[in-house]
Design a protein around this ligand. Sequence first.
Ligand code: TLP
Length: 346
Amino acid sequence: MKMIDLRSDTVTLPTPAMREAVYNAELGDDVFGEDPTVNRFEKMAAERMGKEAGLLVVSGTMGNLVCILTHCARGEEVILGDRSHTFLYEAGGMSALGGIHPHIISNQPDGTMRLEDIEAAIRGSNVHFPRTRLICLENTHNRCSGSALTPEYIDSVAALAESHGLSVHLDGARIFNAAVALGVDVQELTRSVDSVSFCLSKGLSAPVGSVVCGSGEFIAEARRTRKVLGGGMRQAGVIAASGITALEQMVDRLAEDHINARRLAEGIARIPGLSIDPAGTQTNIVYFELVSDRLTAEELVTELGKKGIRLFCTGPSRLRMVTHYGIGSEDIDAALAVLGEVMNTA
Ligand code: TLP
């Protein structure tokens, strides 16, 4: 039985071109700054993001953590959304390792936080308060249906931050999905933030790795933070080589994943017992609700698994499917057929 794995774009396998690039990569010790492939990749990533420098890290979680620890000192505060990946799913790293205080405000369904809510959360100068240091944004916003934050919104948050002497970090795990969906150059989404991290091992299909980009000074300090976390890697060109291929070959094709996701959302909307507004699916992440009381979301996941369809249950009645390089339009049709059958017979 062929498995159609819609759990995440993290399940993507490296392309033949990536395997070839890894095989041929010129290597050295990157902790000594001597891996030519890492150096080439970090420069390339920084140029793509419109920043001075880049730093290869192990994962998206490490990218966000390195940035937050570099921006903030112990006892300082970060403003971030209540549905952000950093708040929900990064094991409380900023508090556990940095003594940094998360200040949570509501994410709107489109992944934004209201400017007035951000402004109200910024602390005044008072001995009782932690010091606000940083605002974090997420683009695309995973838990908010993979929605894309616009350049204008990001600029408005950055202007607010600047007027209060704060920095902005962008969790751009899927920043290229946002750029492709909005039809803008990725630099329009990064031009006003102080740091951005993006992932190689999601829609871009590389096996491992994320990158942090920012000013030369920021990245020099972030390099030190990465070392503290044990993230200094030696012949890391084996990772960077697939990252170069990812940036060169895998960005434009993300549009296909978005078309497949919309097709999936439209199909789900036609299945009785499931609820979704297909217009809410802007990129490659499809969230939908189970509105039937004949089975639970967990049971639905189990039943679909038996028939070769894998997905995530993200709440008592909420489910998520993600399209990616390993999924074609025929897989979408097959998944919808099975979903319809399971819902009909449950
Ligand atoms: N998200 C993963 C896992 O949480 C399950 C997924 O499948 O969506 N930022 C955002 C917005 C993310 O979605 C993720 C991963 C990360 C950061 C963390 O990246 P990794 O997994 O590389 O640490």
